[in-house]
Design a protein around this ligand. Structure first.
Ligand SMILES: [Zn+2]
Length: 311
């Protein structure tokens, strides 16, 4: 009787097959989560330098912020589980590795932004930061009933040990101070981050910019969740306070978890042709972003249901 193919392959051959991606390797921490958005979220996108040591990795529709500090890389969000091997390849192209990642700052506890945490921590030992709600969500690997998208959200590899940050906290890593802003609403625990980036030195002088990486502000409700339900006035008020916080920040460059939220598609395109493109600078960017989603929230509340355009 002929032995099955796998049984006849030597261990070395199996390792080779795994290395070239030909083997049936199933890693539970990078196992693909299949969603309707995968084609957009996994579309190849070369890393884009935004300013100084701040880069956008990920894809054109799902961002992973990377801040290169003397003490290692700081990530804003971690992408999908299946984004991690792609991130590793993109880092390798710049001579960096997953093990260079020192910290991950999470904007929210959804699978498209936090799904890759467990795999990245396994490779790097990075410290992970987020809100209390995000920490509890990652520990379970799934949202609770307070999530407006609970009805449709999918589970992802859980992670225990998220260090909790609150509004106004300042986290210093590698000489960069990351200021935390609570921007709840899309999830109850969404956080945005702000830091100062400086480029260049010497006689040419330094060019500095305040960068804000904003969480998703999309008031997206699924299933029976309604932002206008009795008892959710506090949720809506907190949502609006977060938008006000975003408007009031120093903000020269705004980055978003999904670049189209800041209408950044053109900026991404410009930056690919011209690294560190000045196109990213927009001192009205945070205000415009907050206004856009405040209007969407108002529309949903007035309609008494989910924005028809988003269903
Ligand atoms: Zn989300």
């Amino acid at each position: 009787m002929t032995r099955p193919l796998l049984a006849r392959l030597s261990a070395a051959a199996l390792i080779w097959l795994a290395a070239v991606g030909a083997g049936p390797v199933d890693d539970p921490l990078t196992r693909p989560i299949d969603t309707a958005n995968n084609a957009r979220w996994m579309a190849p996108q070369a890393p884009v330098r935004v300013h100084g040591g701040t880069w956008l990795y990920g894809s054109a529709h799902l961002s992973v912020g990377v801040v290169d500090t003397p003490q290692g890389l700081v990530l804003i969000d971690a992408g999908l589980p299946q984004s991690v091997p792609v991130l590793a390849q993109a880092l390798a192209a710049r001579g960096r590795r997953l093990s260079d990642i020192r910290a991950i700052l999470l904007t929210e506890g959804h699978y498209d932004h936090a799904g890759g945490v467990a795999a990245i921590v396994r490779a790097s030992g990075a410290r992970v930061y987020g809100s209390a709600w995000t920490a509890a969500t990652l520990a379970r690997g799934i949202s609770d009933e307070d999530d407006p998208q609970r009805a449709t959200i999918v589970p992802f590899p859980p992670f225990r040990g998220v260090r909790v940050l609150g509004d106004g906290a300042v986290l210093r890593i590698g000489g960069v101070a990351f200021t935390v802003m609570a921007t709840p609403g899309h999830t109850p625990g969404s956080l945005s981050y702000r830091w100062r980036s400086c480029d260049g030195a010497g006689s040419a002088g330094r060019d500095c910019a305040t960068i804000v990486f904003a969480s998703s502000l999309n008031p997206l409700a699924t299933g029976a969740y309604r932002y206008d339900a009795p008892g959710r006035a506090g949720v809506v008020a907190a949502f609006r306070r977060g938008l006000d916080r975003l408007r009031a920040q120093p903000c020269d460059i705004v980055l978003t978890t999904h670049p189209e939220h800041a209408e950044a598609d053109a900026r991404l395109a410009a930056s690919i042709d011209h690294p560190a493109s000045p196109a990213w600078r927009d001192t009205n960017g945070c205000i415009a972003l907050a206004d856009r989603f405040a209007a969407r929230l108002t529309k949903i509340l007035q309609a008494g249901r989910q924005d028809p355009a988003r269903q």
